[in-house]
Design a protein around this ligand. Sequence first.
Ligand code: NAI
Ligand SMILES: NCC(=O)COP(=O)(O)O
Length: 334
Amino acid sequence: MMSKPLAISMGEPAGIGPDLILSLYARRVELNLPVFCVFGHVEFLKARAQRLGLSFDIVATSAAEAGAVFAGALPVMPVEGLVSDHPGKASPLAAHAVIQSIADAVEATLAGTCRGLVTAPINKASLYHAGFKHPGHTEFLAELCAGGGVQKLPVMMLAHGGLRAVPVTIHVPIKDVPRLLTKELIVETGRIVAHDLKQRFGIANPRIAIAGLNPHAGEGGAIGREDLEIVAPAVAELQFELIDAVGPLPADTLFYPAHWANYDAVLAMYHDQALIPIKTVAFEDAVNVTLGLPIVRTSPDHGTAFDLAGTGKGSNKSFLAAIRMADAMTAQAA
Ligand SMILES: NC(=O)C1=CN([C@@H]2O[C@H](COP(=O)(O)OP(=O)(O)OC[C@H]3O[C@@H](n4cnc5c(N)ncnc54)[C@H](O)[C@@H]3O)[C@@H](O)[C@H]2O)C=CC1
Ligand SMILES: NCC(=O)COP(=O)(O)O
């Protein structure tokens, strides 16, 4: 039986994502890549491949046929739109196709035609003209997966080996973090992380460290009261639910290797508190994985890298790691 493909959304056409998809496909045999299909614009992908000096067939097909096609040609689930090959120059005209490729890829994954989703980076600013209302994939995927019903809380996790960092608040202005950080949000995030580390990463009893919001986790209330009044009660609630959580711990020393090695995941209180440490130690290798959804979704940890798009000089290691992680997480459905 043909193995089910992973779905890959093409991402921002002016960015590095299409380059990495194409260059990885070119090395599919050497890298022993699992079957994947790209949700994207066929003529654009052909033009970018030509620009990069990559020569292989790119064919419009269906996800059901991807397994049969993959060895000889890159299978593409076509999206329509005005997508042109201008590396580094985002065009709002392409926005519709970029959004549609994500929506189609999610639909195919929810339907079980594809077994998991890997997204290439998007440039949100150029999507807003087309009505995109989300600060990132994470929030958009939660809406798509809800299908008009009640949305689940999507949880962002950046992972490399045993280092896993989760921002509790995600794409929000830093000034809003103290207001948005609630005991309920921390507890629900902790529950989802504990659940998905068990179910999707095979960790029987996940140990979760919870960072404080303030310097020194508030120093007993002297440097901000959120750690006493919000974070500590959330940790107590998680412990009451028999989740192995500790905190609030001072965030500045939490990512010292000998320290984080004691934990399977670190819950950080805001985006940069989680992402700066992991991107500093593992920018080329870390993977962004969304927890709490009915589908598996991974992506490289980096963005559109307009400065490198179309040059062939970008590293494809994080993208490769994202494919490998989605493959491993969905192996039972292959
Ligand atoms: N999952 C997604 O869709 C993501 C999208 N973005 C978007 O990407 C855009 C650009 O964001 P930036 O903060 O500039 O981050 P970026 O990751 O695109 O670039 C930051 C720096 O890292 C370098 N870099 C990035 N990827 C690389 C690679 N594969 N190999 C070698 N060097 C690489 C770039 O050349 C640049 O110097 C923004 O619109 C942002 O929203 C950012 C992160 C994730
Ligand atoms: N910095 C990571 C990031 O912004 C990725 O967001 P998303 O598009 O995966 O939600």
